[in-house]
Every structure is written in structure tokens, then in C-alpha cells.
Design a protein around this ligand. Structure first.
Ligand code: SAH
Ligand code: SF4
Ligand code: F3S
Length: 447
């Protein structure tokens, strides 16, 4: 009889990709995917703890499985990801939800198969969150079960050394570990050979790629190496920390047409005092200088960012500095967050925590500004053409969709299956970050 798995993913792209690895591990053990929790023989939660609400979501959804587990005692429930890697979290989880069978940390993802075997051999519950085995696993390509065609994620490094004062990631992901360039190149080449059209390189701070392995190959050199392949594909990367974002990288982006001219450069805040308290190691002036350099080398470049309001001690003036920077940097869009204290981080212990009321007021004003800028950028598309990589079919809207180089989602109708193809659209309507258009036939660049 077939056995089914169901994976629920929270958090960043890193987790989305790691869920592909989890799927790969489960498939090796004979499981296949299903569409609902109720059909599953194993349910895996791949969790995130970047903000409190990410954790609350996971807790709520795990708790909701109590009934299902009672009705189906053979069901295995596993919880992995960043949430489990916080000190004491595994114990807390087991106490709160005694029906959870397996808890595995970010350092133990690849042991999930063994943990499952142990559980099935009759163990009551198995927990593995041991750190210290922080070897870089190089066999990603072998274990991932990808469902994101024509896009593929490739890890180039794990962990983070930066310890921004608000952030939990260095605590739950450990120190930076870079994969070997030859293994990354082999994985990327294999994906392109298979027909993938867009590769996104993943790391918490891609600019420090290779620092932990003696600088064998820098990040810009790695990009240039990948771009030696001349067939048509797109290359993206995330995330760049502004403190390490420099001219060499900008030049490589400018020189290689495969690299999308969309840079995600999280600034967090506009006030130098707050940036210092955040331990970001740059000022707003330095940030804007880098933006200027980027636009000098790549005039058609677009920029996105992450912004946070309500960091401890943030005053109205500090917040105004953020609004100011948003206007000056001219972001095409931004991800906006309300600061959430994370236990164990430096900022969580700071005096001057901001009330929810003030945070709410600031986030509303920030979102208002960001949205108006985003709309302005979208309206520029009207009547123009843009090339998208078709990635999916939306059965509700009855149309195909895909993103252009700048990450804008374009929707269009077609009688043929266009998934995996580059399609040129003439844009007839734009709302928010979405574009609607008609296919321009005979104009699609095929090489
Ligand atoms: N490594 C990436 C960020 C990963 S986390 C970088 O340095 O750019 C993604 C975003 O979540 C961050 O850029 C930040 O804006 C936000 N974030 C991180 N910790 C947070 C916290 N404690 N509260 C609210 N937002 C947070
Ligand atoms: Fe967190 Fe800063 Fe590392 Fe990004 S660079 S993951 S914000 S500590
Ligand atoms: Fe990503 Fe959340 Fe972990 S943002 S690195 S899944 S804490």
C-alpha cells in the first residue's frame, strides 16, 4: 500500500528548498506526496522562528493535529527547522505536544530518514537537535525532490556569522559554512542540463561566500564562473548584506546578462543610531552610496529591500529617517516587518522596547509609502513589453503566470502550455506588483 507524506513549510527560501530535501528523503523511503493532512501517513512541519507570529502559526497548526493523531494513531508527526533549534525548544515542543513523534534540528535534516527508521522500529519518540555536526553536506543534488520547475534553488552556504542584534538566525543555523565551488557548479550545470531556466543561489549573506574555506573562490568569481555557460537562463541570488556589497560584485552583475538586474539589499532602517544598535555595520549614507554605484554601473537595475519598524528605542525621528531613505533609494518594492523580540538575542534584552500601538502605526505608514512607490513602478510597464519566464498555470484565474527579470509577476492566457518558456508580454493592465498582458508572438527570444 502506498504511504503518503505532507510537508508544511514556514519561513524563507532556505526552508522552501530544505523542504525539497525532506521530500527527497521521504521518497527514498517509499513515501509519495498527497494533497491534504488527513490523507498523510507522515506530516512534517518545517518551521521558522524569525518573528513571533511565524512561531505562533506553527504552534497553532501542530496543536490542531491532536484530533487527527487520535483518530489515526499510526500517523507520524515530525517537526524540524529553525524553531526546534532554539535552546529548550525541543523539550517545550514535546511537553506541549506529546503526540509529536520526531523532532529534528536544522543541523540534522539529513538524519530524518534514520530518525524515521528508529521511530518505526518501535521507539516512542525521537529527538535529534545536536549541533556540532556542522559539516557541509554536499549531496544536495542527490536528495532534493524539486517541484519548482523551471526555477531551482541551490544552497551555496549555510549559517550566518553576523549577529545582527535582533536576529535569531545565527543561533539556529550556526556559523557560516560554504559549499565547495566545484560541487555548486556541478549542481547548477546538472540543473541547466535538465532544462531548469532559473537558478537562485541561497545563503544568509552570499557576499561572505568562501570566507570560511580560505577564499578559494569569491562570490563574484562564482557568479562569473556559472555565467560561462552561454545558454539562456536566469541567475539570481539572495541575500546580500549591504556591509559586504561591493564594486566587484556590481561589475559581475553588470557584465553577465544571465544575472537578473534586480538586487535585494536589505537596509532594515534609515537611522544611523538604530543601524548601529542593530549591529548592521553600515550607515544610511554608506548604503545610499552603494545604491548610487549600482545605478551607475547598471542604469536599468532595480532594488528591493527589507525594512523593520519598532526596534528598541526607535523614535519618531528615527522612523522618519527610514521613510526618508525609502524615498531616496527608490526601491521597486520592499518587505516590511514589525520588530519582534527573539529570546536570546541582544536586542530582546534592550531597554526601550516599543509598544504594539506605536509599532502598528509606524508599519501602516511605512506600508502606505512602499505601496505607493510599488504602484508607480508598475504603472511604468503599461503599454510596454517585458519578458517573463512562465512558471505556472493559475486554474482559478485561468491563465499562465511568470516573473520578469525584476520579479514582477505577469499573467496571460494561452492555448498552449507555456510553463518553462520565456514569453514576451505586452502589458495592458497593472495592479500592485501584478502585471496583465498579451503574448507577443514571434518575438520570444530563443537561442
Ligand atoms: N540574512 C538576511 C535576512 C534574513 S531574515 C539579511 O541579512 O538580509 C529576513 C528579514 O527578516 C530581515 O532582513 C529582517 O528585516 C527581518 N527580521 C529578522 N529578524 C527579525 C525580528 N526579530 N523581528 C522582525 N523582523 C526581523
Ligand atoms: Fe540575521 Fe543579520 Fe545574519 Fe541576516 S545577516 S541572517 S539579519 S544575523
Ligand atoms: Fe529562514 Fe526563518 Fe530560519 S527566515 S533561516 S526559516 S528562522
Amino acid at each position: 500500500m502506498e504511504k503518503f507524506y505532507f510537508i508544511i513549510t514556514y519561513g524563507c527560501q532556505m526552508n522552501v528548498h530544505e523542504s525539497e530535501k525532506i521530500a527527497g528523503i521521504l521518497r527514498k523511503r517509499g513515501y509519495v506526496s498527497c494533497n491534504a493532512e488527513g490523507e498523510a501517513d507522515i506530516i512534517v512541519f518545517n518551521t521558522c522562528c524569525i518573528r513571533e507570529n511565524a512561531e505562533n502559526h506553527a504552534y497553532g497548526n501542530i496543536g490542531a493535529l491532536k484530533k487527527l493523531k487520535k483518530a489515526k494513531p499510526g500517523l507520524i508527526i515530525a517537526v524540524g527547522g529553525c524553531m526546534t533549534q532554539q535552546p529548550g525548544a525541543a523539550e517545550k515542543l514535546r511537553k506541549k505536544f506529546p503526540f509529536v513523534d520526531i523532532v529534528f534540528g536544522t543541523h540534522n535534516l539529513e538524519e530524518l530518514g534514520d530518525l524515521l527508521d528508529k521511530k518505526q522500529a518501535g521507539k516512542k519518540a525521537v529527538v535529534e537537535i545536536a549541533e556540532g555536526k556542522t559539516v557541509v553536506k554536499e549531496n544536495d543534488a542527490d536528495i532534493s525532490y524539486r517541484t519548482s520547475y523551471p526555477n531551482a534553488w541551490v544552497n551555496i552556504m549555510y549559517g550566518c556569522n553576523n549577529f545582527c542584534s535582533y536576529c535569531i538566525v545565527p543561533y539556529v543555523r550556526g556559523r557560516e559554512r560554504s559549499r565547495k565551488p566545484e560541487n555548486i557548479l556541478a549542481e547548477v550545470n546538472a540543473l541547466l542540463d535538465e532544462g531548469y531556466k532559473e537558478i537562485t543561489l541561497l545563503g544568509q549573506n552570499v557576499n561572505s561566500y568562501g570566507n570560511d574555506t580560505g577564499g578559494e573562490m569569491s562570490f563574484p568569481a562564482l557568479l562569473a564562473e556559472i555565467c560561462k555557460r552561454k545558454d539562456k537562463f536566469r541567475l539570481r541570488f539572495m541575500t546580500s548584506n549591504p556591509k559586504d556589497f561591493g564594486e566587484e560584485l556590481i561589475r559581475v552583475v553588470a557584465e553577465n546578462e544571465q544575472i537578473c538586474k534586480l538586487i535585494h539589499l536589505p537596509v532594515q532602517a534609515g537611522s544611523d543610531r538604530i543601524l548601529k544598535l542593530m549591529n548592521r555595520k553600515y550607515t544610511s549614507g554608506e548604503y545610499l552610496k552603494k545604491v548610487e554605484l549600482l545605478r551607475k554601473y547598471i542604469p536599468n537595475c532595480q532594488l528591493t529591500t527589507d525594512l523593520m519598524v519598532g526596534f528598541p528605542t526607535e523614535t519618531e525621528e528615527d522612523f522618519q529617517d527610514t521613510l526618508d531613505l525609502v524615498r531616496k533609494a527608490d526601491f521597486s518594492t520592499a518587505f516590511t516587518f514589525v520588530y519582534s523580540p527573539r529570546s536570546g538575542t541582544v536586542a530582546a534584552g534592550m531597554d526601550g522596547q516599543i509598544s504594539d500601538e506605536v509599532k502598528k502605526d509606524r508599519i501602516m505608514r511605512l506600508v502606505g509609502l512602499v505601496n505607493s512607490q510599488t504602484r508607480e513602478k508598475s504603472s511604468v510597464y503599461l503599454g510596454k513589453t517585458t519578458e517573463i519566464l512562465c512558471e505556472d498555470f493559475d486554474s482559478k484565474k485561468n491563465c499562465y503566470l511568470g516573473r520578469d527579470e525584476y520579479g514582477r509577476m505577469g499573467y496571460f492566457t494561452s492555448s498552449e502550455n507555456k510553463i518553462g518558456q520565456f514569453v514576451t508580454l505586452k502589458i495592458t493592465d497593472a495592479s500592485g506588483v501584478s502585471l496583465y498582458g498579451e503574448e507577443v508572438k514571434g518575438n520570444t527570444e530563443e537561442e
